[in-house]
Write a new protein. Structure first.
Lengths: 541, 541
């Protein structure tokens, strides 16, 4: 490498990436190395406290710290990663202000990208219709959604729709699912004080878990304690079940039970990050990157991996779990090993014994285990939970601000404000199950639908005369264009005949395309004429 | 109306709407009337302090109050208004959870919708490319954008693009424009402390104003004081000019000067709300609804109007200005007149003398006039500005929280965190001027473009061999499909030949359409083949 300054590139700005950069700055001199960190967002999220944002115990910005404050000496690239070229030792980044990649050469590469926040691979409507809970945006979207359904229910006259608006389904009762269930429950209780026309008894909250006891990361006795506590709050626990499918109308459980709901939250296990998945040459095991005990990726001598995306062997034969506690320790070992490698000194294998686990259960309650032996629960556990995470928050100013927020939260009622930054209709995917209605005759027309998979029936309703299937449509067909082009309400009902995946194109976008692609217009006009003829034929009978 | 409970419907949850509801609850009994308020957002924005959110002096939620907290007795509809039917006395609302309108009958209607936040009617790229500053979302979008351009500039190697990223243009120097210029300037100064590679001298901030002196709502001496102060901060004031057009690359002024910039903020005068514009039968003057002195809309005896959307005659022959001060007083008069009308008592005409005007100029400076005579400026004016608006904030808990935030702001550095809730690419409109490049040969391909208006040239560049126009395209044509369908970089450069309006369709959406509309695919394939042939012909020469 001659006398040239080496470049260390860290991908990912979570606990793993940020702490690696911090340690490297201490161990290596600025003259020898440039340390770059690439992250999509310009902040690090303090994930353990994210659930507190739902109910306003913490402010929107209180669980995040700007990377520029945390890492003043690091060269920051706030960009999406397009491609990792391990052979060419180059990272390709996307810049929103230009149509060329930013290309970053590296001498040492550290993969600390966490696991996937996208769950596009999940089948059965989960990707399309379930809310997720992984980062700060997810948290705000969930909070906004809860407020929106409650406010809509307050003025809704249709009792079925009202109940669906007041029903909440949480899939998975690991740490995240349990914490979210508790926080959502507390937040709804708080909200209802301002919406007198909705009673607590009208609310249904289901926590669906595949095992008998929730929180299987902890001992059964603590899981049982948590179950009791959640039941007291009004949560119904469905054990031994999974959320199998989600549609715009229902959550469908593994026992085929259909729960009418407009709010399904999935805390499904995470996959490998999509960028890593498409990177050539990475050794993968259990959706994670295989490293040696020194944290070097297997088969590479200048590529490292840590955190949730890494499959790191521990001395006892097990593998490092995907928690913040481990990521922070891994970061330290990685930085030391990288410095040792550069100084041609021996590296040390990673080892760490976790201190304990704590899960918050909403308003002033928590459960946990310390040093694998001591069990704690209730208010004491909650106080400890807050104290520990508070002490780990980065920066004194952050600590002060959070403390103030907590104190204010004791006195000042929360404001259920929904911040809609972008409410534009966009193209999106939909999933329906057999016999579910996509739209009804007479409904307002806002989308054109293309069938990707499955089959639908177009049903004409006659006044007092029942209804008749006038057409069945399969994949690669479209429907809904008549009402859009004629600017009228739906002329027929459309129902799914089997599991069906659709793409919905907003009216405005569709009309622009139609008006400007002449051939598309001709095609649509011909199809439409023949369809209208068919419709009229039925009317005559 | 027999013994039936009357329904009063208020459209709009700004100062006018909220204060009308408050006064009506005091004056009328719950047995006699139901008071409904319709608003798109579930909060009221305290607009006078919005600019403080840019630079973090106030938190995201500190300038808004939930309507449910402000108006516990009012029936709230948090919905978009689709249509106002004055003849049928019905309001049609859109509900995101169902495909039917919510229909609201009214006995008395109060129009308090403010002016338009959409500036879709503005020509010359302003709607497409300028940022606006009207509500809380605009504020957050602006704040995020400023952080984004600074962070992108920090790692940008191209000096032209770097300068464009560091150049900010604000159109209009009334109250809003001036306050925004000052706040943006202060915020950038704060940000640069964390980005050592960008110097203050690299930043260009232009405030473009059509008059000689800014802030023409106040006396010239105060305007001059404000100009001096802004110049000291580093703002260049371009007087006697307007921002004529905005493109993705430039702000173009009325003297044809082109300023290379990625941040143009327009504080253009507001239009009539789109829903009001499409309502049949409303008397309109100067983009506002004409009312009589009692605040009844001319020609109606059960429709009222107040606030920024109303053209209200004052006793001295002038008309009420669109300020919060006036809206609050109008609300009181309206409520009294409505109650008087229902009790068959005489109504009173609206009259009010404003107390004064104050404009903040960023960090601890302001200017203003009190009682039309006393001029104040500097720190005293700023203290008064804060004190007055703070005292007017709704609710004690809000007041306390804002006070805490201000105190914390003195000690705790701000965190320039960019919260990207929705970063998905969507279909959007673009405006280009003659000779501007839309994309370059070799660029990454992310959109298909349809020409709505204007003309473009497709230019092929040859290695060392100059370039050649291979095709001109006009409205209703499209371009950019080759690189999208073949998943390669752009095969040619495209340049606007005149003022051109485009629609950009994201790659993903386009490919889904293409793969599922068979006829569209055939059409594209045919066009593409002939286009590729033409390209190859040129290569051979």
């Amino acid at each position: 490498m001659s006398g040239k300054r080496r470049r260390i590139v860290i991908l990912g700005g979570g606990f793993g990436g940020v702490y690696t950069a911090k340690h490297l700055h201490k161990l290596l001199s600025k003259e020898d190395v440039e340390i770059c960190l690439v992250n999509r967002d310009n902040y690090m999220t303090f994930q353990p406290m994210l659930a507190e944002v739902i109910g306003d115990a913490l402010g929107v910005y209180d669980t995040v710290s700007a990377l520029s404050s945390l890492l003043p000496k690091t060269t920051l690239y706030i960009n999406e990663i397009e491609k990792i070229d391990l052979k060419g030792k180059k990272i390709y980044l996307v810049c929103p202000f230009k149509k060329q990649h930013i290309v970053l050469d590296y001498d040492e590469l550290i993969l600390a990208l966490g696991n996937a926040t996208d769950f596009i691979q999940l089948q059965n409507g989960v990707a399309q219709h379930a809310l997720r809970f992984k980062n700060l945006s997810d948290t705000l979207i969930l909070r906004n959604h809860v407020i929106n359904v409650l406010e809509a229910a307050a003025t809704e006259n249709n009792p079925q729709l009202r109940q669906a608006l007041l029903t909440f389904v949480i899939g998975g009762a690991g740490f995240t699912g349990t914490e979210v269930a508790a926080e959502v429950c507390d937040f709804i209780t708080k909200m209802l004080k301002k919406i007198p026309c909705i009673k607590k008894e009208d609310i249904r909250i289901y926590l669906v878990h595949s095992k008998d006891i929730i929180l299987n990361e902890l001992s059964p006795s603590l899981g049982k304690y948590a179950m009791q506590l959640l039941r007291k709050k009004g949560v119904t626990i469905k054990s031994g079940l999974k959320v199998e499918a989600v549609t715009p109308h229902h959550a469908i459980l593994s026992n085929h039970e259909k729960i009418s709901s407009k709010t399904v939250i999935s805390t499904a296990p995470a996959n490998l990050n999509l960028v890593l998945e498409s990177t050539q040459g990475l050794p993968i095991a259990h959706d994670r990157i295989k490293t040696d005990p020194n944290l070097l990726v297997e088969g590479f001598d200048h590529v490292w991996a840590i955190g949730d995306a890494a499959h790191i062997p521990l001395p006892d034969g097990s593998f490092a779990p995907p928690t913040a506690q481990f990521a922070v320790r891994e970061a330290k070992t990685l930085a030391q090993n990288l410095a040792a490698k550069m100084a041609l000194k021996p590296m040390k294998p990673f080892q760490f014994k976790p201190l304990g686990l704590l899960a918050a259960l909403g308003h002033r309650k928590a459960v946990g285990e310390l040093f694998g032996r001591i069990k704690i629960s209730g208010f004491t556990a909650w106080l400890m939970w807050r104290a520990i995470y508070w002490s780990k928050m980065p920066g004194l100013s952050r600590k002060l601000k959070v403390l103030f927020t907590w104190i204010l939260d004791l006195f000042i009622p929360s404001e259920p404000v929904v911040l809609n930054i972008n409410s534009r209709k966009t193209m999106h995917h939909l999933h329906f199950k057999a016999s579910e209605m996509i739209f009804d005759q007479g409904d307002l027309a806002d989308y054109l639908y293309i069938i990707l998979k499955g089959r639908v029936a177009v049903v004409k309703k006659f006044e007092g005369n029942g209804e008749k299937i006038i057409k069945e449509l399969e994949a690669s067909n479209f429907f809904g264009e008549i009402a859009l082009t004629k600017d009228i309400t739906r002329t027929a009902k459309v129902v799914a005949l089997e599991s069906t995946d659709l793409i919905a194109i907003p009216k405005d976008e569709f009309l622009v395309m139609k008006d400007n692609f002449l051939e598309l217009d001709t095609f649509l006009t011909t199809t439409q004429e023949s369809r209208l003829e068919e419709l009229n034929k039925f009317k005559k009978h």
